[in-house]
Each structure stands twice: as C-alpha cells, then as structure tokens.
Design a protein around this ligand. Sequence first.
Ligand SMILES: [Zn+2]
Length: 239
Amino acid sequence: MTFCSCACTFNPKQWYPRKEDDKSVACTGLPDTGFGMLPRDSSDLVAVSTSIPHVRVPRGIRAIQAAADGLVALGTALEAMPKRRELSFSARVGSCYRHHSTDSKDECGYVLKGNYMISKSTTPEKQAYWREKANPMNLGLAWPGRTPHSGGYACDVILVDRDGRDCFDWRAGVPDAPRCSIDAKAAVELLNEAMTTAGALRLTYEAWHYEWGPGASGCSHPDCAKHGWPITGKPGNKP
Ligand SMILES: [Zn+2]
C-alpha cells in the first residue's frame, strides 16, 4: 500500500469499469530502474529466438541471456522426450520480460481502489469484501514493484496439445483453468520435466512461471509435484 500511495494516485471520479475507459490510476512516481527492474532499453535484454523447435515464441519477446538460452534448451529437451513423440505436444511462451510498470499500474489499481472502497464501506462484510479485492495476491498478481519478469529472468510457458489447445494457464486443475486433451496434472509434469532439463525452476504455486539464472528460485522436477494439487496461482497452495 505504501509503495502504491507513493508511486500512484487514484481519482475515484475517473473510475470506470471498462479498462479502456478507466483513467483513475496514474503511476508517475514508479522508480525507473533499480535492482531487478531492467529499463526497456537495457543491454542485458536479448531477443528470444522465434525458431526454436517445439516452442512457439511470439515476436518481440525479450529476456536476459540465461532465459533466452533456457528456451532454446527447452526445444532440445522437448525434441528428446519420448512422451512428446507419442502425444505431439509443444510449448508456447506467453511472456518473459515485462517492464515493472506494466504490472505495477494494474496491481496498484487494485490496491488503491480496494482501499478507497474499504474507507467507504459501512459494514464489516463490505469491508472484508474490499479487503480481499485490495490484495493483488488474491487475483493471481504479485505485489507491485520488482518482479522476476521485470528482471528479465522469468518466462511464463504453457504446454499445448496436438490440437493447439492450452493445457493450463498460471493455474492448473482448478475449475476455470484451461484444459486440453492431456490430463492437467500430467501436462504440468511433462512441461516441468522438460523445463528442469532446460535448467529452469518453477514457482511452486503457478503452473506456467519459470525462472533461470542467478536470481532464479522455485522447484524442479519431480519435486514440484510435492507442492500440492490443484495449482491455484496463490501462495500457500496446499497438498
Ligand atoms: Zn510469471
């Protein structure tokens, strides 16, 4: 909250439900650079190859060299997997580097709107409702500021079945997560196995978030499975 109040302002008169119309949150005070916050023109960022076998990479995806190399290694790992030959799945990169303001503005929006509504709420029930909404963690977001994505060493990667369907998103095994022809738990483990071979660690409570390099933290195959099922996208995923 302190971070958002310092970096951003919230004007309830400009608050509209549609994201395109909503002008209520402005974040002009976000720090431009800092540890784990690479500027957009950082020389540490390289283009991720768009011609990796079995890995679909949209144009314009950038990451630090360790992550870019890791995605190339993912292609090699997938090529060598007997299960991939059997089931014909592939991987799709959703996102790697994102400037920290991309996430922080949305996250601060939830924090500032939630806190405004708490101050306006007349009953404990309403306050509790908005307290829940004011915590970006409850929305599958991080607290604003530095993230592994703003540091360029994280990528969100999804397993895709032979028909091109996503097998999960940041969550897996929960009712509204995407599903494909491969069992969700098996799909998460297949990607985790290939990613571990490619040197990545996975965020324990997200199915798609992987990190490489000195800043990386998380679990590797087969231990990720011990962190619980379903994968809810929220910290404290219980077995
Ligand atoms: Zn991520």
